[in-house]
Design a protein around this ligand. Structure first.
Ligand SMILES: Cc1cc2nc3c(=O)[nH]c(=O)nc-3n(C[C@H](O)[C@H](O)[C@H](O)COP(=O)(O)OP(=O)(O)OC[C@H]3O[C@@H](n4cnc5c(N)ncnc54)[C@H](O)[C@@H]3O)c2cc1C
Length: 467
């Protein structure tokens, strides 16, 4: 009789659930261990404080989720999530000016994070082969530096300690992951950590939407000015709500409180969002967070790695949330893990190969986030190889040319949308067609004001008379 294969995934948020979905296709049993008692619907919970803030899911991640868990996007749409076409449904003031509105094949999903998490979780549960242990905390790895054999668990209510054996343990416990400490306890070398921290602070408030459907409206900082970043995003989500998230980098953080929030929105590079909000009723208080730095643990670079262990999601790499890449990168990583295990099974160095694949998957979004953040004043940079940062600085001129052209040119715009949505690799921007379009220059004139449809303008009009 062949032995049954079992994986334990630590953390039941987006990375953990997607890893479980990917592994359940190739292993006999998967157990997800989650510290929170998971709600039976789209509700907030303690272990996911960032769910109070705007979360968009780019199409590169959405398509992978639909592959792992078919029908997930359809369920989200039925529950009120919006499919936002890039750039048809976006009114965006970028670092280089207003983005023209034209369609591409790429999109984003706009909904609340609790709805997204609940839908993914429920889809995983519907598969039948994943067991979720809620109210259970992982406290240590079992095994040694050669092979991880399972995990020690503690029930959060009663404190009962148990050991759970597994052929593969996947850490998806988020930014607070204890894995570094656990590995040191097994005698593995120190894991190099890289931090690029622009000091960005977030504040969010939810409003009743005065109109539906509505585009995403955003004002982003111009990193070339030498001033702190100042961003405002209005995201239309389910239940007729707008979630409005503002953020400012070190020295330009949003002030606390409701008046501070309104003031920060007014001080954006354009008053559009402020004008829309003047007629919208707030539904929540303002909530903030500073858990936002780019932080990467280079597990894939260790010269020793135990069999039976993998790590993904924020536990491996967390991005400045302004770029909206955390969940998409987690989805791509889960798919990479599943692929590696489908090829090689769980033993014989498969975990190490999987970790290297996951490391390669997150390289793109890591470069995208870091290459912009290093230009903000007071950005703290702590990376192993400083030459890499110098290379990113030199590439800035090319990145600026690409952005400047993309907002006024459908060919280059489509290429940028592919990279931004995590659907295409960074080097797709060097495709000969894109280079030719860059040489030719933008095909549309610069916009001196936002492109709004009559219906959208009417909302703004209502606001004006209401003021
Ligand atoms: C303000 C903000 C806005 C963001 N906006 C976006 C966005 O627009 N788009 C986007 O893609 N990403 C966004 N992100 C990033 C996104 O939230 C994360 O990338 C994503 O949640 C990572 O998922 P994860 O599963 O790795 O970790 P988490 O979501 O942090 O989940 C970790 C889970 O592990 C559990 N856990 C922790 N320790 C243990 C333990 N010892 N035992 C058992 N369970 C444990 C926790 O309870 C939690 O459920 C944003 C982040 C922030 C902070």
């Amino acid at each position: 009789m062949t032995r049954r294969t079992h994986a334990v995934v630590l953390g039941g948020s987006v990375a953990g659930m997607l890893a479980a979905a990917a592994l359940a296709r190739h292993l006999d049993a998967v157990t997800v261990v989650e510290r929170d008692v998971l709600p039976g619907g789209p509700d907030h919970r303690r272990g996911l404080p960032q769910a109070r803030h705007a979360h968009l899911l780019w199409s590169g991640g959405a398509r992978v989720i639909d592959k792992l868990l078919p029908g997930t996007m359809e369920r989200l749409y039925r529950a009120g999530a919006r499919k936002i076409s890039m750039y048809q449904d976006m009114v965006s003031l970028t670092s280089h000016g207003w983005q023209h509105r034209f369609p591409t094949e790429h999109f984003m999903i706009a909904c609340s994070r609790p709805l997204l998490d609940w839908t993914v979780r429920d889809q995983v549960g519907a598969g039948g082969s994943v067991t979720v242990l809620g109210g259970t905390e992982a406290t240590a790895l079992l095994g040694d530096a050669e092979r991880v054999r399972g995990v020690r668990l503690r029930g959060t209510a009663e404190g009962t300690v148990t050991d759970l054996e597994a052929d593969l343990v996947v850490d998806a416990t988020g930014r607070g992951s204890p894995l570094r400490r656990w590995l040191a306890g097994l005698g593995l070398p120190e894991v190099p950590e890289e931090v690029v921290d622009s000091g960005i602070a977030y504040a969010t408030r939810i409003f009743r939407a005065p109109a539906e459907p509505f585009p995403v409206v955003s004002h982003y900082a111009d990193h070339r000015t030498g001033r702190p970043g100042h961003n405002v995003v209005l995201l239309p989500i389910e239940d007729g709500q707008w979630i409005v998230t503002v953020s400012g980098t070190r020295g330009g953080e949003p002030p606390a409180g409701e008046e501070g929030f309104a003031e920060f929105v007014r001080a954006a590079r354009h008053p559009l969002v402020s004008e829309f909000l003047a007629g919208a009723d707030p539904l929540t208080e303002v909530r903030g967070t500073r858990s936002t730095s780019n932080r990467r643990l280079r597990y894939e670079g260790l010269n020793r790695w135990p069999d039976g262990l993998a790590v993904l999601g924020d536990a491996l790499v967390a991005f400045n949330p302004v770029y909206g890449h955390g969940m998409g990168a987690a989805a791509l990583s889960a798919a990479a893990l599943g692929e590696e295990i489908s090829r090689d099974g769980v033993g014989g160095g498969a975990a190490r190969r999987a970790q290297k694949s996951i490391g390669a998957v997150v390289d793109g979004p890591w470069s995208l986030a870091v290459s912009q953040d290093i230009f903000y004043p007071g950005c703290r940079v702590d990376v192993a190889d400083a030459r890499w940062i110098a290379v990113l600085r030199r590439q800035r001129a090319f990145a600026d040319l690409v952005t400047e052209t993309a907002i006024r040119d459908p060919r280059v715009g489509a290429a940028v949308a592919g990279v931004t949505s995590l659907s295409a690799p960074l080097n797709s921007l060097e495709h000969p067609d894109v280079i030719a379009a860059l040489r030719r220059g933008p095909t549309r004139p610069p916009l001196s004001r936002p492109q709004l449809t009559p219906a959208e303008l009417a909302v703004r009009g209502t606001v004006r008379t209401a003021r």
